[in-house]
Ligand binder design. Sequence first.
Ligand code: G3P
Ligand code: MG
Length: 247
Amino acid sequence: MTEPRPAGVPAVIGHRGACGHAPENTLASIHKAAALGVRWVEFDTKLSRDGHVILFHDDKLKRTTGVRGAVADRDLADLQALDAGGWYASAFKGEPVPTLRQAMAVLAGLGLGANVEIKASPGREDETGRMVATLLRDEWPAGLPVPLISSFDPVTLAAARDAAPDIPRALLVFGIPRDWRRRMEDAGCTALHCRHRELTPSRARAVVDAGFPLRCFTVNEPQRAETLYGWGVQAVISDHPDRLPRR
Ligand code: G3P
Ligand code: MG
């Protein structure tokens, strides 16, 4: 394995910021994660129509902003006028959709590391992988740990690798497929992130024994986290990072 690895990924990573406590993928959620004592957060990124990298999970706007339509059909100015917090709780009403640049400034202020998941809108995989990785390469705050890119999509990962080969990448999967190693190598990934529900001790052992960090999402129960750590899982991604044992 010649690919770089992020130094010091902690055992607990906040999911979409800390989305059990604040609206996912907002600056408020990142602030909340820091307030809970988290040292790294995961969040989702995609492109606006006019090519800006924003924090957003779904392809569609409805669930987290209440309006109809697709993210990919809206320009940044339009997206940033939406309310991405009111759906969660009235206390967060008016919380905007952040850009990755805005999130990086907040991370720098809080001293947080990040797992930047790339979730391209359909048909924009190559462009999104390239643009997110380029922004991280060129503007990631000095002084923060090197970020970790992740994606479920091989085209996205390959584009990120080509744009920023020095930024480490993790392959996201639900269950770990039999050909996990080939898939990781194809995308030049140095870590595997899987859904904990499908994980078995033997599959975990195979990945860990091969020397790859294995991390799991989305883990919200302390007992489950302990079990996974016992299987060699290096870190868990959690909506409620405050509930979980730190290592
Ligand atoms: O990166 C781990 C996890 O966030 C992947 O699933 O749908 O929550 O982005 P999702
Ligand atoms: Mg995610």
